[in-house]
Design a protein around this ligand. Structure first.
Ligand SMILES: Cc1ncc(COP(=O)(O)O)c(C=O)c1O
Length: 402
């Protein structure tokens, strides 16, 4: 059982159909390239939804993981372990925050942020019991738990998973006025993505982050930036909020924090916020485990050099300049920042799925979102030559549908 057809057949019969993968079975990967079970190579332009910012098999990260595997993999948080202090201090310094609360998946970190914001609201802000509300955005994507899908505006993510968790107010993304109108005395936080990835790499208008910061400060509510996909180098800065020099009250991090090796997520905040959590009130058996922290420490070390941020900025210029040339040639619009782009293909030409399949046939792995949008987010280690080759494949693919 090792051919593509056999492996896909069993996978489809024996797993829930909660994904609709492209028909490729990957066997190994290095840097920006993956190889399937048939030996065919593809350029990875998805990078595990930005979990692989530092490349497949990044030597520094793999070495840290291998070293840690030999020594200690799990203690639970019932005990301290020797990777934990460096992880919390290192991530705290990277974010400029006093404290870290580590978890595993992105959705868990978002849940953590919601719990902390509510508790802060009751204990610090003085909101009446059970009355806290959190303002969230239309077309958000924060994960798949029951509370998080309760405030999704995507019917596929939400429908038939009720009853839903109350306490969220959904407003238009990119409009600070919409937030202002939704705020009341019980508002404890604004939770948002500085760039909406799943929605199609939507970049808010210039000045939006600054205005949200000012509004949150003025109203005494927490600004919570979900930087799970936008953070850790992808946009050409450590955090997407850095593009406006804005510091949220809480960062929500995941994906690339695990170096493409293990799930690692965390929230970062100052003690006046994160200090509300006491023993027994939140946690996870695996959150902050030794292997996760050792990998996270390697990731933090990589980010502290600033090399990946600069590289994403430089390659991002190249990517966006080339993509802009496709506008009017089967491409309607291009958005994004750094090494991250949402490309809207003319829907009369082809669906995003059809474009992704044709790209795959040409040796490029990318994923569609929302109809005819293609997301491009290759590992930041990609060479300029490979990046331009990938865009050429996209141009040829679109031309083949015209
Ligand atoms: C902005 C954002 N938040 C949260 C999540 C959820 O992360 P996970 O899939 O690790 O639960 C994602 C995943 O795509 C994301 O893009």
């Amino acid at each position: 059982m090792s051919t593509t057809t056999d492996l896909i057949d069993v996978s489809e019969r024996r797993s829930a159909h909660n994904y609709h993968p492209l028909p490729v079975v990957i066997h190994e990967a290095h840097g920006a390239w993956v190889t399937d079970v048939e030996g065919k190579r593809y350029l990875d332009c998805l990078a595990g939804y930005s979990s692989l910012n530092f490349g497949h098999g990044n030597p520094k990260i793999i070495e840290a993981a291998q070293e840690q595997l030999k020594n200690l993999t799990l203690t639970s948080r019932a005990f301290y372990h020797d990777q934990f202090a460096a992880f919390c201090a290192g991530l705290g310094d990277l974010t400029g925050k006093d404290m870290i609360l580590p978890m595993n998946t992105g959705a868990e970190a978002v849940e953590t942020a919601i719990k902390v914001a509510r508790k802060w609201g009751y204990e610090v802000k003085g909101v009446q019991p059970e009355q806290a509300n959190i303002i969230v955005m239309e077309d958000n994507f924060h994960g798949r738990t029951t509370t998080i899908v309760s405030f999704s505006t995507d019917p596929a993510a939400r429908d038939d998973f009720g009853p839903y968790t109350p306490g969220f107010r959904i407003v238009k993304y990119g409009s600070v006025e919409a937030i202002r109108e939704a705020v009341d005395a019980n508002t404890v936080a604004v939770l948002f993505e500085p760039i909406q990835g799943e929605a199609g790499v939507l970049v808010p208008p210039d000045g939006y982050l600054t205005q949200v910061r000012e509004l949150c400060t003025g109203e005494g509510i927490l600004m919570i930036a979900d930087e799970i996909q936008s953070g850790l180098g992808r946009t050409g800065k450590t955090f997407a909020c850095d593009h406006e020099g804005v510091v949220p009250d809480m960062y929500v991090l995941g994906k690339a924090l695990g170096g493409g090796v293990v799930p690692v997520s965390a929230i970062a905040a100052n003690e006046d916020v994160l200090g509300v959590i006491k023993p027994g009130q939140h946690g996870s058996t695996f959150g902050g485990n030794p292997l996760a922290c050792a990998v996270g420490n390697a990731v933090i070390e990589i980010l502290n050099t600033g090399e990946y941020q600069s590289r994403a900025a430089e390659l991002g210029e190249v990517l966006h300049a080339r993509l802009r040339e496709l506008i009017g040639h089967g491409v309607i619009a291009v958005r994004g920042r750094g090494l991250w782009a949402g490309v809207d293909i003319d829907p009369s030409l082809a669906t995003g799925r059809a474009v992704s399949k044709e790209l795959m046939a040409r040796g490029v792995l990318a994923k569609d979102t929302h109809g005819s949008t293609i997301r491009l987010a290759p590992p930041i280690v990609i060479s300029e030559e490979d990046l331009l080759w990938a865009v050429d494949q996209l141009a040829d693919t679109i031309a083949s549908f015209r």
